[in-house]
Design a protein around this ligand. Structure first.
Ligand SMILES: Cc1ncc(COP(=O)(O)O)c(C=O)c1O
Length: 373
């Protein structure tokens, strides 16, 4: 259905053929074991046991796979998907390149688990410079990177990786498959947290890996079956139900981000503004060619932790919370989680509230927060 518009694709993604008397999206199937054919055993039906087999999960995988343009396997969380991918692909003696400015638990996993296993880990800033990729097994990038929102040219990096015999994986969490399609840009793998804008309601954890390589998908599936890092049926169903509105949600979130970026850019009491959709942003030249739409996430600095707290306290429509991509506008001061950002650095995730309301609220809250110390 790739010739159809984003809204249409989201509404129809992964749904079974219409059948009279059946719901549009079948409800969650809750099962650990299923009835087996007494003679054929597991060969007699698609479902034998819930860890490898669940029809609700398969429908969600069909949907996300359609949107990413590959085959998909969903995981219990983004972290389960990323660590599963790393452990599926990497062996002792391999080298992996990871973003120096990406989601910090991935960096911690690399240092705490991959390095002691004998994997060589090289951290590279999202914007580079990238070292020679000779001898590298896997390059994982986040673009836009969380939380700094730098961007890398995926097609160019895919060429470099493939010339050196390396695999390229792209964390598509912030962009979502509507924001960019890394597999079309030449990446071998997409990995993402579906907890964020993909599902967008702040009510579930989800991750996925997508690829056009049957071999890689097979290896990831074996890993997932062996470790059991699967989402439950209800979460898978909620995620699929939420996908239908992704185009609408992202449209409003992105419009809100554009308006808030314009507001913040004009304020002397806000520094370090980053939003890849702003023509003045260093990420804009690559983002505007490679991305299909801009994310609803911005980052900036309010000077110190107290001023961030005063800002959030004064706002009526902006709440303190981690994560991003949900319906509600949230602000997260990243340093409070141990992220290596400055004390006043915040990531602001735009919800779907009315743009004018948000802009007025944020302007008033900044005024109330007072000047930078
Ligand atoms: C870019 C990125 N990748 C992966 C993850 C991990 O996802 P999850 O929280 O669903 O495990 C996150 C979470 O914030 C993220 O921002």
């Amino acid at each position: 259905m790739s010739e159809l518009g984003d809204g249409t694709r989201c509404v129809h993604a992964g749904l079974p053929e219409p059948a009279p008397g059946q719901p549009f999206l079948p409800g969650p199937v809750f099962a650990a074991p299923y009835h087996l054919d007494p003679w054929q055993g597991p060969a007699g039906a698609a479902n034998g046991y819930g860890r490898p087999d669940n029809p609700t999960r398969r429908l969600l995988e069909a949907a996300v796979g359609e949107l990413e343009g590959g085959d998909c396997r969903v995981f219990a969380s983004g972290q389960a998907a990323i660590t599963g991918l790393l452990l599926t692909v990497l062996r002792p003696g391999d080298t992996v390149l990871l973003p120096a400015d990406g989601y910090f638990p991935v960096r911690a996993f690399a240092t705490d688990t991959l390095e002691p296993m004998g994997v060589r880990v090289v951290f590279v800033p999202t914007v580079g410079p990238y070292p020679t990729l000779e001898g590298v097994r896997l390059v994982l990038v986040e673009t836009p990177a969380n939380p700094g929102l730098d961007v890398v040219d995926v097609a160019a990096l895919a060429d470099l990786a493939h010339a050196a015999g390396a695999l390229l994986a792209v964390d598509n969490t912030t962009a979502t498959p509507l924001g960019q399609r890394p597999l079309d840009l030449g990446a071998d793998l997409v990995v993402a947290s579906g907890t964020k804008a993909l599902t967008g309601h702040s009510d579930l954890l989800l991750g996925y890996v997508a690829s056009r390589s049957a071999e890689l998908i097979e290896a990831v599936t074996l890993w997932r079956n062996a470790t059991g890092a699967v989402p439950g049926a209800f979460d898978a169903w909620l995620a699929h139900r939420s996908l239908a509105t992704m185009d609408l949600r992202l449209g409003r979130q992105s419009a809100n981000a554009e308006a808030i970026a314009a507001l913040l850019a004009g304020r002397a009491d806000v520094t370090g503004l980053r939003w890849p959709g702003r023509p003045e942003d260093p990420a804009y030249p690559v983002a505007s060619t490679q991305m299909r739409r801009m994310p609803g996430v911005l980052s900036f600095d309010l000077g110190d932790a107290d001023r961030v707290a005063r800002f959030i306290d004064a706002a009526r429509l902006v709440v303190a919370a981690t994560s991003f991509g949900g319906l509600h506008t949230t602000v997260d001061r990243r340093a409070q989680w141990g992220d290596d950002t400055s004390a006043g650095f915040v990531r602001l995730s735009c919800g779907v509230e009315d743009t004018a309301d948000l802009v007025a609220d944020i302007a008033a809250a900044l005024d109330a927060a007072g000047p930078i110390n």
